[in-house]
Design a protein around this ligand. Structure first.
Ligand SMILES: [Zn+2]
Length: 253
């Protein structure tokens, strides 16, 4: 069930149902930021959305929220099309999403993330949310979980075997491949120089553009193909289903 394509009585009925996943919701979360000369700006929110919706297509018991598609990407701001929230805004927005979803009875909020730069802020947002309950000496009536899509069990190993060199850290062939499988009409090609991009630390936007002139870090996106992307999606979908089922079954001590 997709929240955006449901009516409120349908969500209400889902929340009151006996399904093991009734009160669990997946929030695809990512970033709209440059992904090298050929990667889609939406790559980091498209990947978790593609995987979450594929899992929902295979198992209608999974509820998927609208995609949280702007994240913490200040270091990509020297590239046009990038949109970022500062960490404090991003964390506040995550808090409001959680408050909205839990108000109606969702008890397990599962953030399926597509952007490494979001991780620290999402974890900090979770701590801010839990802190309110801890100060109040009350038990939070919900649990939060962050899972990067590439950290779904078995997926990173699968991608590393598929791309033994040139995977890199940004505009990786695995994430580019997933978007190619999801949106084959939007595939872009170019020749890259150097073929494998440099690596280095991530700081501010000027520093980033000077170190990584075309936006990639350590990657060769030319290795991507829609067929490989579909294989990655096919690997991720059952792993997500199993991860959600286990999260939904977690008991509060
Ligand atoms: Zn990315």
């Amino acid at each position: 069930m997709r929240i955006a394509f449901s009516s409120w009585p349908e969500i209400d009925a889902r929340l009151k149902s006996q399904s093991p996943l009734a009160r669990t919701v997946v929030v695809p979360i990512g970033s709209n930021e440059q992904h090298g000369p050929t990667g889609l700006l939406g790559t980091d929110w498209l990947c978790p959305e593609i995987i979450a919706l594929a899992a929902e297509s295979a198992n209608e018991a999974i509820t998927v929220a609208p995609t949280f598609n702007i994240g913490m990407a200040q270091h990509h701001l020297a590239f046009p099309g990038t949109i970022t929230l500062r960490p404090s805004t991003f964390m506040a927005a995550i808090g409001d999403w959680v408050s909205s979803l839990t108000r109606h009875g969702f008890e397990r909020i599962y953030f399926l993330n597509g952007h490494g730069g979001n991780v620290a802020s999402i974890e900090a947002a979770f701590a801010e949310i839990y802190a309110e309950w801890s100060y109040a000496d009350e038990r939070a009536p919900f649990m939060l979980k962050l899972r990067n899509w590439w950290d779904l069990p078995g997926v990173t190993d699968f991608c590393n075997r598929m791309f033994p060199e040139g995977h890199g850290m940004h505009a990786t062939p695995s994430e580019i491949a997933v978007t190619q499988a999801g949106y084959p009409d939007s595939i872009k090609r170019a020749s890259y120089s150097p073929r494998i991009a440099p690596i280095g630390p991530i700081r501010d936007a000027h520093d980033y553009r000077a170190r990584f002139p075309d936006g990639r870090i350590g990657s060769d996106p030319d290795l991507a193909s829609p067929e490989k992307g579909q294989q990655i999606i096919d690997k991720a979908v059952p792993a997500l289903d199993a991860d959600l089922t286990a999260f939904a079954a977690e008991q509060q001590p």
